[in-house]
Design a protein around this ligand. Sequence first.
Ligand SMILES: [Zn+2]
Length: 692
Amino acid sequence: MNRSQAAIRVSELKNAINEHNKKYYVLNAPAISDFEFDMLLQELNTLERMFPHLITEDSPTQTVGSDISTESRAFRQYPHKNPMLSLSNTYSREALAEFHNRIAKTTDRDVEYVCELKFDGTAICLTYKNGQLFRALTRGDGTVGDDVTRNVERIKSIPTQLSPVSSGQIPWPHEFEIRGEILMPFSSFRELNALKEENGETPFANPRNAAAGTLKLLSADEVERRSLDCFLYHLIADIPGIDTHWQAMEAALQWGFPISKHRKLCRDLDQINEFLDHWDTERTGLRVATDGVVIKVNDFSLQRSLGMTAKSPRWATAYKFKAQQAATRLLSVDFQVGRTGAVTPVANLQPVLLSGTTVKRASLHNADQIALHDIRLGDTVFVEKGGEIIPKVVGVDLEARPEDTVPFRYITHCPECGTLLERDPEEAKHFCPNRWGCPPQIKGRIEHFMSRKAMNILGGEALVEQLYSKGMVKDPSDLYDLNPDVLRSLDNWGDRSTENLLKSIEASRSVPFHRFLYAIGIPYVGETTAKYLASHFGSLDNLRNAPEEELTQAPEIGEKISSSIIQYFRDQRILIMLERLRAAGLPFSQSADESARVSDKLGGKQLVISGNFSHSREEMKKLIESHGGKVISAISGQVDYLLAGEKPGPAKLQKATKLNIPVINEADFLRLTGEIPPEGTVFEAEQQTTLF
Ligand SMILES: [Zn+2]
């Protein structure tokens, strides 16, 4: 390769890597596997070593990927005290041996390493002051991170308040940083994706993206519901008596931090390799995703003398496991049409055993991915199952290609209704625009309306299929005109099920207004946005009649959602359906109770008030109650917060401090309850694109 060829390839690689970095860190939707990504980066590295004049400061080899969401600025950003670097990584044992040799050369002593599992989540940096969680920052671009403290406080395994240490133990320092990985356990991941599918939303590709996406949500309640977990692995503090990484982790464990027990002190390469061999297979049994092992020099003084490059420390490296792959024949491709009209190609495969399960079907993503890999019917394809649950086709064994194959022709028309497909340029997906005549879209919307978080009407897919095929339900409003006698005559649908169905339909007439607003499926209006709209507008008519400027200018809603709301109410068919739902007695506005209850942010929390506030005592009490909290008079272990105004009672303050009860001031309280939103709050357009 000559200089000009190299320059062209380097620029291609940089663009591709930057694009994939954005998909990975910002959009949380990677398009290629980690392995493919690392190979691109390695190629760039090699070329830059051969042609050093091509290295630029902004090359992806010189920077770390950034997760800062520049578009929305939904979170306040703070600089990292110490830069958050990434680790160099390798897939080969030889490179690991080189890593060891390089370090061994710099010292006369034997080098001790700590091997730890590399958890596949999203990086977090926690700062504690006086034993209290002060701030949680994402990696961001390594220098500046997003402040996600409010969300991190809702992760159970992360202590918000450290307990005093017992005698003989090393006390935690007045101020320190500890870093680690936020994770979504497989069980929560499966639950979340099942729910997303039920809601017609795009499921997360893997637990790592689900964890990263969840951490950036604007609703801390939703973060809590998704039960994230965490493992910490890096303590940054100068503490007398702690000279090694191992000692630091043992101390952090005693202070109450979640530190993985799957780590080992290794004194040579053989011991490291043993650890790798063990976990390469054992890791499949863990409840969280891992993708390798991190090997760190144990001794802090040796770490310091080794130092770091611009991008990563020289005293640590990551050995990554290859995702488990299998090769098998691609028999045929099915095209599934979802509630939103999106078309998903699914591969039917010759059954093959892959990490303990038989795989018959795998995702093919979209037309672009099929074309990129030139995947053809009859090909031997590689199927991969990384941290993901759904296996995917990642490539083709070209040498095994039969002679008579032809390039794959993507469908042009909807397999369900025959309509010419359209392409969504943002999603790289095809979709069927026939919203009112395409059966899976119609059925999907009815299922969404009936789903648990919407109207909670029993029945599910099988019932909707029957009702639809018999012409009994064409849109949700038909559910309220069902004839019990006809229901009883349905296949496998006895008196008992009919009773239960009718009961749940009856009960659905009194769901809270925000759930009805979510159920009617305004595109991009998910649960959280529906709650906001319900409390802001109070009724469906107010929302519908809101002047266009009020919607487009509401900073909380954003352009995508507001224009979608306007479009929604312009559709005559929707207006007819809504009138029928109104006649059926569905909640078109908030009840008096709901309007008084502003939020559930303090749901079940007990507060003690002390001192003077800008509002009267009585007003503060009402405010607390409107957010679901309860005011009590005396401090005890049961109290969640002491809300201290000016000149709080010293006895109360003292007792609260003694019992480790968080003391908050009026401004903290208003932020906590959302009375004053964090600066720049914008509701994300939730990934929900139902169209009635
Ligand atoms: Zn269709």
